[in-house]
Design a binder for this molecule. Sequence first.
Ligand code: PGA
Length: 263
Amino acid sequence: MARTPLIAGNWKLNLDHLEATHTVQKLAWLLRDAKHDFADVEVAILPSFTSLRSVQTLVDADRLEVKYGAQDISAHVSGAYTGEVAGSQLAKLGCDFVAVGHSERRQYHAETDEVVASKTKAAFDNGIIPIVCVGEGLDIRKAGDQVSYTLAQVDGALAGLPADRAKDVVIAYEPVWAIGTGEVATPADAQEVCGAIRGRLAELYDAELADGVRVLYGGSVKSSSIAQLMAEPDVDGALVGGASLDPEEFAKIARFRAHQVGL
Ligand code: PGA
């Protein structure tokens, strides 16, 4: 089954809504100039909540093919949860995607696998595709336990998720030691865990479902490293942090096929 690559930019806590619209505009123009075919490689950005309405307005008005989503979602539907943003609110803003269980949420907001599973469910309940983030820290990598650790996170995040939803999930393998450090995993490191994630999906569901799910790599991805990563059979795209803030660099990452020639 052919999986459409997904290149998603996680802007984290950067850019106000004016900067966000400017950046999306620039990205869209760069990709338009490059005749980027969005049917071949999907491109999405995940700005702050405060930018979503402006991004929606721009994308709708200019009929841009760039997709967008949020960096987090509440596990709750509504009620007394100060500061949280519900899936229904994100759906109203046209979000296609939402990142769930990013390591920064797990670390700074104590998100457990149970919380990640609830948020995954909340996304699907509202027709939003969750990008479920998993990945080991440095101590676990040094002990050689990256596969078992990451697969346990996959099991936790997908607990109770029926196949008709799991077929649409996106999983991002982001080793914590590679996030924001400039230390990108080798293509072989990325393939080892991304391949194991697909294998686990086949065990949890079936081989056909596993074959259709997109597994991304994330952690210090740049235009200079994306082509080699994408050449791996089980890497179906990237979740890009720092490099996605620069539209020229991010557009180059999205156009990885142009520089895959000569690999
Ligand atoms: P980075 O972040 O590309 O800046 O390492 C990746 C991520 O956290 O999604």
